[in-house]
Design a protein around this ligand. Sequence first.
Ligand SMILES: Cc1cc2nc3c(=O)[nH]c(=O)nc-3n(C[C@H](O)[C@H](O)[C@H](O)COP(=O)(O)OP(=O)(O)OC[C@H]3O[C@@H](n4cnc5c(N)ncnc54)[C@H](O)[C@@H]3O)c2cc1C
Length: 376
Amino acid sequence: MHVVVVGAGVIGAACAEALSAAGATVTVVDRSGPAAGTTGAGEGNVLVSDKEPGPELELAQASRRQLPELLAKLAEELGQADVEWQPKGGLVVATTDPQPLHDFAARQREAGVQAHPITAREAFELEPNLTREITAAVHYPEDGQVQPVLLATTLLSAVRQRGGQLLSRVTATGVSKHALLTDSGVIACDHVVNAAGPWAGDFAAKAGAPIPVLPRRGVILVTTPVVDLVRHKVYDADYVGAVASGDADLQTSTVVESTPAGTVLIGSSRQRVGFDDTIQVDVLRELARKAIRLFPKLRNVNVMRAYGGFRPYLPDHLPVIGEDHRVPGLWHATGHEGAGIGLAVATGRLLAELMTGRTPHIDPKPFRTDRPGLAL
Ligand SMILES: Cc1cc2nc3c(=O)[nH]c(=O)nc-3n(C[C@H](O)[C@H](O)[C@H](O)COP(=O)(O)OP(=O)(O)OC[C@H]3O[C@@H](n4cnc5c(N)ncnc54)[C@H](O)[C@@H]3O)c2cc1C
């Protein structure tokens, strides 16, 4: 079976890896190169803490379980698979009414998430530089972090090692029976996977199977390296509301974490402004102001740079994973919005299971293309 994957971001890479592990011959095409889209412009949080119980949380939990296993397997196969994986845990804090955070954590515990309410003293032991103004804190030991570009390129290395290929600077322009059409010619294949991230709606329309993927802008501030200022992934409880909202207007909520290089990443903003990639000072100011409220010592730390990307957004906040109901042979794996790094591994595995006729490890129905939430 020959499968062509459109898009060498983390989702295309995870699909390609899982398909090649299942025995398929895989070609990945990207109009730029590996991780050149949103994957190279995100953070690397692998979170279960920010998701309401439901299909997305189930996908996140599966992915969280599978990621370290897959990395161990790839390390053996490739000789190394260093993606800066840090199972460091997350800390969610409230600075206003504590009840919504406690209620949310209780619902998550019922869904099998480890969500431990802790005292302020325990929170300060975990994060000594945290503001003293917190009203509640919940520790999520399962949250982790990777370097997204390394994750994508490591998955693609495995694909190549198994005989697959990556074609950079090749733009997919449509599909025909048993082939992908590109600006560099026709590639014969049995299946095409649309993993074109925020541009997946555009490619899907050209392939005759529109899906309503839209870009949702996000911007990150990066500080110069600092020692031991932030230890976990820390965010304000209002982040969950911003993630779940579909509002087009600017929303910011504080998400702070350090990287192995010592820099601190400060997110996150959400805004639907099409593909406008302007870095706006008022967004940066808002991110900085809220981060300083959470970690007052950040006031004295320099910002080194800011960057932004476009989350692939679908109106019902669930990715599509599966074969298109209108165009047989065309599959979609996209719409992961702000969680594609964390959801990639289980997405790839689910898609490969469905394509090869194996029993899916999680219920695929909520991710189908013919669900009511995707009606155009
Ligand atoms: C600021 C920000 C912070 C984020 N933080 C996190 C986080 O902490 N944790 C998390 O899990 N997620 C996070 N995300 C979301 C995450 O980055 C995305 O969900 C994920 O990267 C999407 O991956 P993808 O492979 O679907 O898309 P992309 O990485 O965009 O890959 C799509 C690829 O398709 C290619 N392409 C497009 N059209 C064509 C075509 N016609 N032909 C050929 N190639 C084509 C593009 O060049 C691109 O390389 C964040 C996003 C942003 C913007």
